[in-house]
Design a protein around this ligand. Structure first.
Ligand code: UDX
Length: 454
């Protein structure tokens, strides 16, 4: 239902797949609640306006060449985010100033700006233009707390990670071991900590935080979050459950997956995808291939071009591999992931544990094999394997025998069935959050009232 004249919200996503998806889902949610939606976006990795005929889109220059490729190296990703922040600050200011001046005659005055938390340079712009800024943090609460406490963790000597304590629990966060909170090995520690400091400072200076999670999933971290960020916080997720599958995919989704899944037995397929950024070494790629083949289970594998640096697509697979696995395997460049996870044939998800993937799997009750690479993925993996106990953590060498064992634990052994039962309870809990009176439902009501009061 469109409630006319509630005001307009301007959203500014960070141009990474894992950040664009939740931001556009949030745009849909706010639109459904009666707000007009404008999306300001970089030209690089721009969303497709044709998929959102009810929104207005405003591209801004970003200083990137058309064929820019996002690195999978976490240090380079941090440098890239800094580059975007400095390059886009002025274009964003110009675009917003124009929108504000035209909105004076508009029936829907601008209520606020919503930006990704990693767009820290936008707080100064919003302050200058006297526009309230709300931050969207696309990870879960606990990993946001760990990230925001990075300086303290270094001061305490918890980081950089020492091998002798890697497996021990962090005293203040006993859910995690020291190795789980080592989000990345910073090549320049000073500059990394400065980056986190400014992110935290500009989030604190904002008018509120929205998270794609729900209170019932992360109850024990909520008071820590409000101590760190004494501003309004809204956990209204999971966003993707408000609407059917996302149309914000940057790569074309290969729908042959669905017809292939239709031919498989219930819970018989292992779905494998490492998200939009993570890369693996050639040797590891071969271990993954052999582990899948030797498991004797059916598998749907997303091999994103660039998953192995420098490779085109499947040319690294051993000769005869595809013939050997035959109909038991289906390999695509990019899948309609939410539909795949919701398909009755999907029995397990081998994932890098990006927060979107983790949440999508929880929502469909699909147990996981976790293979994190950096950042929040390590925290999510620990949650999945040790807190919620709905997955197996592949945390040592990527080796075909280990992979085969992990797959069998989930797909064949009674342990997998127990995980399926536990994850079903989590799925039900999440569904309740979104229903009338549920925590996300109430939080969304609060967010809408908050925006209307601005
Ligand atoms: C990044 C970070 O790596 C992650 O740790 C952080 O939590 C969010 O930003 P990404 O690596 O892409 O994200 O992973 P993830 O968060 O799982 O997001 C991937 C998105 O792409 C998901 O919404 C998933 O449904 C979608 N996807 C993935 C597809 O649509 N098709 C695919 O084949 C694979």
């Amino acid at each position: 239902m469109k409630l006319k004249g509630r005001g307009s919200v301007i959203l500014f996503p960070l141009p990474f797949q894992g950040h664009i998806n939740p931001m556009l889902q949030l745009a849909n949610i706010l639109h459904e609640r009666g707000f007009s939606i404008s999306i300001i976006h970089t030209r690089f990795n721009s969303p497709n306006p044709l998929n959102y005929p009810l929104f207005r889109f405003y591209p801004i220059p970003d200083g990137l060449s058309e064929n820019h490729v996002i690195s999978s190296d976490p240090n380079r990703i941090v440098a890239f985010v800094k580059f975007l922040n400095s390059n886009c600050q002025t274009p964003l200011r110009n675009c917003l100033a124009k929108l504000i001046s035209t909105s004076l005659e508009d029936e829907d005055p601008i209520a606020c700006l919503v930006t990704d938390a990693l767009w820290y340079s936008t707080q100064a712009v919003a302050d200058d233009l006297k526009l309230p800024r709300i931050v969207l943090r696309t990870t879960n609460v606990s990993s946001f707390i760990v990230l925001s406490s990075m300086s303290l963790l270094f001061e305490k000597g918890y980081l950089p990670l020492q091998d002798s304590v890697a497996e021990m629990e962090v005293p203040e966060l006993p859910q995690f071991r020291f190795k789980d909170i080592a989000m990345l090995e910073a090549s320049d520690r000073e500059s990394f900590l400065q980056f986190i400091e400014i992110l935290v400072q500009e989030t604190k200076a904002s008018s509120g935080i929205i998270l794609n999670s729900c209170e019932d999933l992360e109850q024990e971290f909520l008071s820590k979050l409000s101590l760190l960020f004494p501003i309004p916080v809204f956990l209204i997720g999971p966003f993707h459950k408000y609407f059917p599958a996302s149309s914000s995919s940057l790569l074309p989704q290969d729908r042959t997956c669905i017809s292939w899944l239709d031919k498989q037995q219930p819970n018989s397929v292992i779905y494998v995808s490492f998200g939009s950024v993570a890369a693996i070494e050639e040797a590891d790629f071969l271990e993954v291939a052999w582990g899948l083949a030797n498991s004797m289970q059916a598998f749907l594998w997303v091999v994103r071009p660039g998953l192995v640096q420098g490779s085109e697509w499947l040319e690294l697979l051993p000769n005869g591999f595809l013939e050997m696995v035959g109909e038991r395997a289906h390999i695509v460049k990019w899948a309609p992931q939410q539909e795949v996870l919701a398909h009755p044939s999907t029995g397990a998800f081998w994932t890098h544990c990006g927060w979107n993937s983790t949440l999508e799997s929880l929502c469909e009750g699909v147990p996981m094999i976790c293979q994190p690479s950096f950042g929040d993925q390590k925290i999510d993996s620990r949650f999945v394997s040790h807190v919620w106990r709905v997955g197996v953590h592949l945390e040592f060498k990527i080796e075909r025998g280990e992979i085969e064992r992990a797959i069998r634990r989930l797909m064949v052994e009674p342990e997998g069935q127990e995980m399926r039962e536990r994850i079903k309870l989590i799925k039900d809990k999440i569904n309740l959050c979104l229903k009338l009176g549920g925590s996300s439902y109430k939080s969304l009501d609060n967010l809408v009232s908050y925006i209307l009061s601005m």
